[in-house]
Design a protein around this ligand. Structure first.
Ligand code: GTP
Ligand code: MG
Length: 474
């Protein structure tokens, strides 16, 4: 793509959804509503792009949209000019996903970018997470909406190393993704075109040999749930079509689109009890809530409960992406217009839930925690306070009691009474929060029973809910 001086500044705007919260929901006549299955012939997957800062997540996401024909050359030229004006020449592809001025000036994603594209078999929603460590909470929110992850790793000299080091976000993101229910990972070794890499097989093998044991130790079954492949997000190589043998004679595997197309994920139960954690809400001819359906299906006219306040509501309309639909199943990102509740009475973290089988609401639960890295000099013991992130809930919590330490080797509880634990320990404990939160046991609904604990902006532990009080408020 050559640069031209003549750039039409009025040409098409950004292709990814604007990051200002879009308060407009298209209102369509009921007669125009497509039958629910119409727009859903293809399966739908949410893919989160994760990885260390500057690995090329936004660039790769932008390139995917370009290659799938959603961004025209003119827009690309406009971005090339804008990037050049900001002295960030190579950043133009990332501008497709990074739509805020702040993000473009700094060259860093802040808010999770969203965009859609399709392959032969699947409709994808891309969630482009920020890599910078200051924005880990945004990454957590992106990953908690995802089914699969694309872990982007930079092969450029020195960059792989920084991301992989202790404290690097390659590590932190993988551990968070696993905990947050991202069951499959495509690991893309990016920047293969860079002059320090030049599609070197040795470099690719080196990265693979370090990543595989690490992914395994983070709980991924590497054979079944992980696939690695080399790409160049900036140039668009090995993405929509396989890399040319002249460029990379040693790669015989798939390209990124093929890999995405063939990812298999477990089918979710459309007949399960309805569960949709609220990510955001706003007023628009009623109260509109946004979120991803984790279980069950929703129909126009349904009666549901907003938990934990047990408020009965009626479903006025359901929007899937931009389309109004009559019904939607698990895995879909929706906007749902409700009657019977004011917008002020809903917070993110609340759950739109089935009436017959509402989600439990608790102020205390038992969990198994894996301690990652405590702050310096901190000890993990009863009285420890942290911030709990579980689906869309963010709440202060306190560890009230350590119950048992688990031997990481045998996975069996250790006999000795446990008063405190250190980095790397696995421990069962009781956790309390001040106000009611809606959660599930991990064994019942993994997506609603996995969480992270953070202190002072750092993830210190990941965990699973193992038990709820027998008289939870549901
Ligand atoms: P954060 O959002 O800040 O976490 O970064 P990111 O992972 O989204 O990275 P981004 O896409 O903004 O790219 C960072 C820099 O790497 C930019 O200068 C890109 O041009 C460059 N880059 C990304 N992909 C490639 C690639 O395939 N090859 C080369 N040579 N450079 C790349
Ligand atoms: Mg980015």
């Amino acid at each position: 793509m050559g640069m031209t001086d003549e750039v039409d500044t009025k040409s098409q705007p950004v292709q990814a959804e604007p990051k200002v919260k879009d308060k407009e929901v298209a209102d369509m006549d009921c007669a125009e509503v497509p039958d629910e299955m119409e727009s859903q012939k293809k399966r739908h997957l949410n893919v989160v792009f994760i990885g260390h800062v500057d690995a090329g997540k936004s660039t790769t996401g932008g390139q995917i949209l370009f290659l799938s024909g959603q961004v025209d050359d003119r827009t690309i030229q406009k971005y090339e000019k804008e990037a050049k004006d900001k002295s960030r020449e190579s950043w133009y592809m990332a501008y497709i996903m990074d739509t805020n001025e702040e993000e473009r000036v700094k060259g860093k994603t802040v808010e999770v970018g969203r965009a859609q594209f399709e392959t032969e078999t699947t409709r994808f929603t891309i969630l482009d997470a920020p890599g910078h460590k200051s924005y880990v909470p945004n990454m957590i929110s992106g990953a908690s909406q995802a089914d699969i992850g694309v872990l982007v790793i930079s092969a450029r000299k020195g960059e792989f190393e920084t991301g992989y080091e202790r404290g690097g976000q390659t590590r932190e993101h993988v551990q968070l993704a696993k905990t947050l229910g991202v069951s499959k990972l495509l690991v893309v070794v990016n920047k293969m075109d860079d002059h320090t890499v030049n599609w070197s097989k040795e470099r690719y093998d080196e990265i693979e040999s370090k990543m595989v044991p690490f992914l395994r130790s983070s709980g991924y079954n590497v054979k079944k749930d992980v696939q690695l492949l080399p790409i160049s997000g900036l140039v668009g190589t090995n993405m929509k079509t396989r890399v040319d043998k002249n460029i990379c004679p040693w790669w015989n595997g798939p390209c990124l689109f093929e890999a995405l197309d063939s990812v298999e994920i477990p089918v979710r139960d459309p007949k399960g009890p309805y569960r949709m954690p609220v990510i955001d809400k706003f007023k628009d001819m009623g109260t509109v809530v946004m979120g991803k359906v984790e279980s069950g299906s929703i129909c126009e006219g349904d009666s549901l409960l907003v938990m934990p306040n047990k408020a009965p509501v009626k479903v006025l309309a359901v929007y899937c992406d931009e389309d109004k639909v009559r019904r939607a199943g698990p895995g879909e990102n929706l906007r749902v217009r409700l009657s019977g509740i004011e917008e002020e009475d809903i917070s993110s973290g609340f759950v739109l839930s089935s009436v017959v089988k509402p989600i439990p609401a608790v102020t205390e639960f038992t969990a198994q925690l894996q301690i990652l890295e405590l702050l310096e000099n901190a000890i993990f013991t009863a009285g420890y306070k942290a911030v709990l992130h579980i689906h869309s809930v963010v709440e202060e919590c306190e560890i009230v009691e350590l119950l048992q330490q688990i031997d990481p080797k045998t996975k069996k509880p250790m006999k000795k009474k446990v008063l405190f634990v250190k980095n790397g320990a696995v421990v069962v404990c009781r956790i309390q929060v001040n106000s009611l939160i809606c959660i599930e046991k991990f064994s019942d609904f993994p997506q609603l029973g996995r969480f992270t604990l953070r202190t002072e902006g750092k993830t210190i532990a990941v965990g699973k809910v193992t038990d709820l009080p027998s008289r939870s408020s549901a």
